[in-house]
Design a protein around this ligand. Structure first.
Ligand code: AP5
Length: 234
């Protein structure tokens, strides 16, 4: 997929562990699309012990949400990098305020969002996926011991380095992340439905085989035909 003049400006939205990173990684592998995950950016900053990392570390470890101000600082830098490209953002916005801020930046630059994919997965399914999730922390590559197992158990496919569990994937912290989703992030769905009625796509299902896609691509969005088969990637 070559970035057209119109370009793809897509958010992938959903509960923690709903598969946002996995779907984005597949799209990025198949098309010429840039990708930003605010969770990955934060984990890298934390590992590098940068000023941003030090500010965010405790909040991320406890399953809370990093302040809107700090997140906007991070995202503004990323959005500058994405100018003129087709892109997917995962993990932002996560509060109504972040949604409004993102819109104001993008609208002022004449590059509004044109696709929002909502992954709708039941909590019980997510809890099982998280228990089976393994990650390569330096790259952000994600595996699952049942759904997408690494070629060699416990090792990253690309570097061969050991995989680990995310520190915020313990059952206790993960419940807090789900709670933060319901309290602060879920209200964005209504916001998106009002602001982008033709660009919001909900994919519902509890396993990849049961996905019942509700694809409603709008004709004015320039996306390649095979990106319309988004559900088959999930
Ligand atoms: P972040 O890294 O964004 O975490 P998250 O939203 O909780 O999402 P995850 O990365 O846990 O899951 P995912 O939906 O990408 O699922 P995945 O593809 O791995 O954020 C971490 C923290 O940073 C937050 O808690 C917060 O503190 C902070 N933060 C980040 N952004 C912020 C913001 N904007 N504002 C404030 N704070 C912010 O899939 C999950 C598992 O399921 C994997 O094992 C995968 O292999 C498996 N799987 C995926 N798809 C399928 C499928 N179709 N069938 C079966 N298994 C599947």
């Amino acid at each position: 997929y070559q970035a057209s003049e119109e370009g793809l400006r897509m958010l992938v939205f959903g509960k923690p562990g709903s598969g946002k990173g996995t779907l984005s990684a597949r799209l990025v592998q198949q098309y010429d699309i840039s990708f930003v995950s605010t969770g990955d950016v934060l984990r890298k900053e934390i590992a590098a012990k940068s000023e941003v990392g030090r500010k965010a570390e405790e909040v991320v470890a406890s399953g809370g949400l990093v302040s809107d101000e700090l997140m906007l600082e991070i995202v503004k830098t990323e959005l500058d990098r994405l100018r003129g490209k087709s892109w997917i953002v995962d993990g932002f916005p996560r509060t109504l305020h972040q949604g409004e801020l993102l819109d104001s930046v993008l609208l002022a630059e004449g590059r509004p969002l044109n696709m929002i994919v909502h992954l709708n997965v039941p909590d019980s399914v997510i809890m099982a996926r998280i228990a089976a999730r393994w990650v390569h922390l330096p790259s952000g590559r994600v595996y699952n011991s049942t759904y997408s197992a690494p070629k060699t158990p416990g090792k990253d496919d690309v570097t061969g380095e050991p995989l680990s569990k995310r520190p915020d994937d313990t059952p206790e912290t993960f419940s807090k992340r789900l709670q933060a989703y319901y309290e602060s992030t879920a209200p964005l769905l209504e916001y998106f439905a009002k602001a982008y009625p033709e660009s919001l796509i909900s994919l519902s299902g509890s396993t990849s085989d049961e996905v019942s896609p509700l694809l409603a691509f709008t004709p004015q969005i320039t996306v390649p035909d095979d990106l319309r088969a988004l559900d088959q990637l999930w």
